[in-house]
Write a protein that binds this ligand. Structure first.
Ligand code: SF4
Length: 242
C-alpha cells in the first residue's frame, strides 16, 4: 500500500499529516482498540512483505535451538550458524554438554564473543537438563527460565520455534520497532513483551516477532531508518515525528 502523503518528510523535517487523515495527534489519542487495529495492519503488511520471515538460527531439535539461542546473545545469527555447524556434530546430547571440558568447549565457541560466560551457561545447562529433565529441553516458560543463561527472550524463541507454542521474542530489533511504531513505550524487553501481548493475536506472536526483526534488519535500522521507503510509514508515529 502506498498512500499519497499530504506532506513528505525530508532530512530533518517531519510531516504532521498524511493523506490517510492520520495526524501526529491521532497517534497520541489512540485508544487500545485503535492500537490493536493498527497493530493488525502492521502485522498484515509485514507478513505480505516478508513471506520468508523465520528464525534465522539453524537447528534440528530443541536442544540445538537452546544452544544456538544462548550463543546468539550479542552475536549475529550468521556467526552462530558458522560455529554451530561443527559444534552440533561434536555435541549431540545434553549429556555431551554436561560432560564437556570447559577449556576445550571455550575453544569450540571462541568466535562468538563472551565465550567464557556462554561456556559456563551451556555446560551448566547440560547438567541441569540431565539432572532435572531427563536430558530433554522442557516445554514450559517456568521450566525454561530455571535453566542457566535462559531469560524470557530465549525461552520464547524455544517455545515458539521448537515447540510451536506462541511467544513474543523481544530482541533489540523488536524492542526498537515496538517503540518507534508506538506499540510500547518501555525500554525493558519483558515490559515490551507485556505491551505487545494484548495487541497481537496469540497465534501471531512468534511470527510477528520474526516480521519485526526482518523489517528492522532491512528498513528500520537503529541508526538510519528508511522512513520514506517504509511500507509502514502511514502507520508509524515515528514517521510523523511523534
Ligand atoms: S516509518 Fe520509519 S521508523 Fe517507522 S517503521 Fe518505518 S522505517 Fe521504522
Amino acid at each position: 500500500m502506498t498512500p499519497k502523503k499530504a506532506a513528505t518528510r525530508t532530512a530533518g523535517k517531519k510531516k504532521t499529516q498524511h493523506s490517510t487523515g492520520r495526524t501526529a495527534v491521532s497517534f497520541s489519542r489512540e485508544t487500545l482498540r485503535q492500537k490493536r487495529t493498527r497493530a493488525k495492519q502492521i502485522d498484515k503488511r509485514l507478513a505480505a512483505a516478508y513471506p520468508d520471515a523465520r528464525c534465522t538460527l539453524n537447528f534440528k531439535n530443541p536442544l540445538e535451538l537452546l544452544v544456538a539461542t544462548i550463543l546468539a546473545a550479542q552475536c549475529t545469527d550468521e556467526r552462530v550458524n558458522l560455529v554451530t555447524r561443527k559444534l552440533f556434530r561434536k555435541y549431540r546430547t545434553a549429556k555431551a554438554y554436561a560432560q564437556a571440558e570447559a577449556g576445550i568447549f571455550e575453544k569450540d565457541i571462541t568466535s562468538v564473543g563472551f565465550f567464557r560466560n556462554k561456556t559456563k551457561s551451556l555446560l551448566a545447562c547440560g547438567r541441569l537438563l540431565l539432572d532435572r529433565y531427563s536430558g530433554k529441553v522442557p516445554k514450559t516458560m517456568e521450566e525454561l527460565l530455571s535453566l542457566p543463561g535462559v531469560g524470557r527472550k530465549t525461552a520464547n524463541v524455544i517455545l515458539g520455534n521448537a515447540f510451536g507454542i506462541p511467544g513474543i521474542v523481544v530482541d533489540t530489533h523488536v524492542g526498537r520497532l515496538s517503540r518507534r511504531l508506538g506499540l510500547s513505550d518501555q525500554g525493558d524487553p519483558d515490559k515490551v513483551e507485556q505491551d505487545l501481548m494484548p495487541l497481537i493475536p496469540q497465534n501471531r506472536w512468534t511470527i510477528f516477532s520474526h516480521l519485526l526483526v526482518f523489517h528492522g534488519r532491512r528498513i528500520c535500522s537503529a541508526r538510519k531508518p528508511d522512513c520514506p521507503n517504509c511500507l509502514l510509514r502511514d502507520l508509524c508515529p515515528w514517521a510523523f515525528g511523534v
